[in-house]
Design a protein around this ligand. Sequence first.
Ligand code: 0A1
Ligand code: ZN
Length: 868
Amino acid sequence: MMLDANHAPPVPAQPQAIRREDYRPPAWTVPEVSLDFDLDPATTRVRARLEVSRREDTVEPLRLDGAGQRLVSVLVDGVAINDWRLDGDTLEVPLTGDTHVVETEVEIAPDANTQLMGLYASNGILCTQCEAEGFRRITYFPDRPDVLARYRVRMSADKARFPVLLANGDPIASGDLPDGRHWAEWHDPFPKPSYLFALVAGDLACNRSSFTTQSGREVELGIWVREADLPRTHHALHALKLSMAWDEHVYGREYDLDVFNIVAVDDFNFGAMENKGLNIFNSRYVLADPDTATDMDYDHVAGVVAHEYFHNWSGNRVTCRDWFQLSLKEGFTVFRDQGFSADQGSAAVKRIEDVRALRASQFPEDAGPLAHPIRPESYLEISNFYTATIYNKGAEIVRMMATILGPQRFRAATDLYFDRFDGTAATCEDFVQCMEDAGGVDLTQFRLWYSQAGTPRVSASVTHDAGSGRATLRLGQQVPATPGQSDKEPMVIPLKLRLFGAATGRPLTDEQLVMLNQASDTIVYEGVTERPVLSINRGFSAPVVIESDRTPDELAFLSGTDDDPFARYEATQQLMLDTLVAGAIEGGRTNHDAVIRAVSATLSDPSLDPAFVAEAVLLPAEGFIADQLAVVDPEAVFAARQALRSDLARQLEEQWRAAYDGPREPYAYTPRAKGSRRLRNVALGYLAATNTGDAGKLAFTQFAAADNMTDRQGALQVLANGDSDERVAALDIFYNRYADNALVLDKWFQTQALATRADTVEIVAELSRHPDFSLANPNRARSLVGAFGVNQRALNRADGAGYRFLADQLIQLDKLNPQTAAKLLPPLGRWRRFDATRAVMMRAELERIVAVPGLSKDLFEQASKSLE
Ligand code: 0A1
Ligand code: ZN
């Protein structure tokens, strides 16, 4: 029965929440599936042949998920049937036996697919994106991660337009057809969930190589891009080989197919996707050369290549039972990619970058209306849960277990996990159980990290009695209330700590790992002969906020002497943060001396790695300063930061100049050369903040002389922030030089959207009407609208123009690409943190969004939860 418009069921006013506790195993499994694609951008015909098998105890009909396709026919065991039923998007097929062959034929329209889920076209390439629920847009199927099937795929397409046909697994056969068409068949021997299905058809060139695994198997590697982009693929290919070797060496994980392909596409909702044997990437995480990619871009390419590759074990060989377990694969895989990147250069700098990213995106999420535990209890739209909490906090929670177990037992635990759950769909609980079984530890209370949201706050203070030589450390913890969770239990918080002598600078204790597992605890140290200074949460051993009563002098002392580089960085940041918070509250009367002394000492310490120095002397971001305030005045935060910045700039001008003019490295992507470029760009920023008049010229000279994108973009950002004559010239030169390179044009939009100028709202609004701007391309949308959303000063402008602009863009974008629109909404949900006038304006924009007729479930969930 086909439903026509008159008989369609009423669309529920409120989308239905999916709840973790409602999980039931699938009624039917699908051991084997064959797919036949007649590919065409306008109309693609998909024939699916599913071998289905009833689970012993079920009497349910076969229910197949679908969305957005035209159903042409249904056959059961080779016979056309007409007693199937469409219940909304779900196809119900009544079946009497225990095993059947169900065949369907559908039509889909890749060219019209702007949401970029399912099969879509990107600059002439046909490609798929199936995680989380995109496969149902390709064919009817039980589109859930606990249904694992073996896939055979046949594709046919016009040979001139689509000479390359790729799918998961290994290529089996191919040939020509009449009418200029051709075909190819691929077979993936590993059972997989539908979200890992992929195909690509296009006119692509390949950078080929091979890798010999630890057991001596030869794997063919290919990075597929447009012909003109081939010279930009070497870094990604190199990173892939490093990742394959690293996973063998560190986790004992070997690749398992004969072929591993990566394809770059320009239109992609996220970073990349780990489809079995056929990773599909946003081109910004594949393409890199010195002229077009910054050092940070290079780092991201390597990190994302590694991340997707590592999913082959943590995600593909062992997958997730349901989407509530998403952090099982994502948190663990982020932890793995962080370890890989740390091993490629400075582990300390990598840790600093990761913690900075956590504080910039996950801490605010955990403190706002969209806070959720790393294993959520319910959702309306699963794509909204690909969050910093699931990914980055998830990684921190794996890291804490690795710290508790120590390296050998952690490795034994991951071996056990891969072994025990290979070929299955597992849960977070399964992972923790392996940590307990192989680690010989009890993680009962630790499991609260999976269920309780919110960033714990840990108080720490040390008292010392010189007479008795006794030092007492008092620790306390408090987990803040989050939506739906008002009362929290104390967590297990592993804190690495050490005491140093204030007088001699000597360590007074070894580093110890303290497990804080109650609301408060006290540790007594005897024989402490000098006043101790506390170094705590070393290496950021737990994702918490530390509230300590350390004085500016003590922080400055740690900043100069702590033997843990992360703790040294932290002490400097805390000192800056305390000063900036005071400045934002008191408005201009704050004493900057301690910060200036600490930064000066860091700049002049010859034992320090320049890459570390560059991180340590950077002021905390405006957003992070704002997060410390009860009520945020964004102008006061901006002013306090500018005041400290220009004081640092002026008083240390000679040191900044020395850092800027110091020995230069010729361009190379090596940790050393990267560090020197980074420090030079940071120094340039400070020199510009001296406001002595020649900042524009200095930045423009660097811009014009640059032989790499790191130097060029660093200078361009400094110019874009200011108002020098050189600003417009540099932006024009940059635009004209890269007008045909979309990824670099993204930087042109982004640099202007991030600018700290007072008129950024007007500039960005103008750019949204630029002929090169389009909301249809997610990278371009993010480069302007996404960057604007994190620009604290511009977004929160007192007249509300920033909020209005953002809401306007989201409403438009939602019609094309709901996933991307929903990702850009959270800045509007921070209204509780601001003064009443701003809060009212932000709420009004959220209400305007919620009231849009035909709003997507994605944007509805984000906006409505942000209003609660
Ligand atoms: N699993 C991918 C992330 C990803 C999720 C959803 C997507 O749909 C548009 C795409 C990619 C990863 O962790 O890299
Ligand atoms: Zn991932």
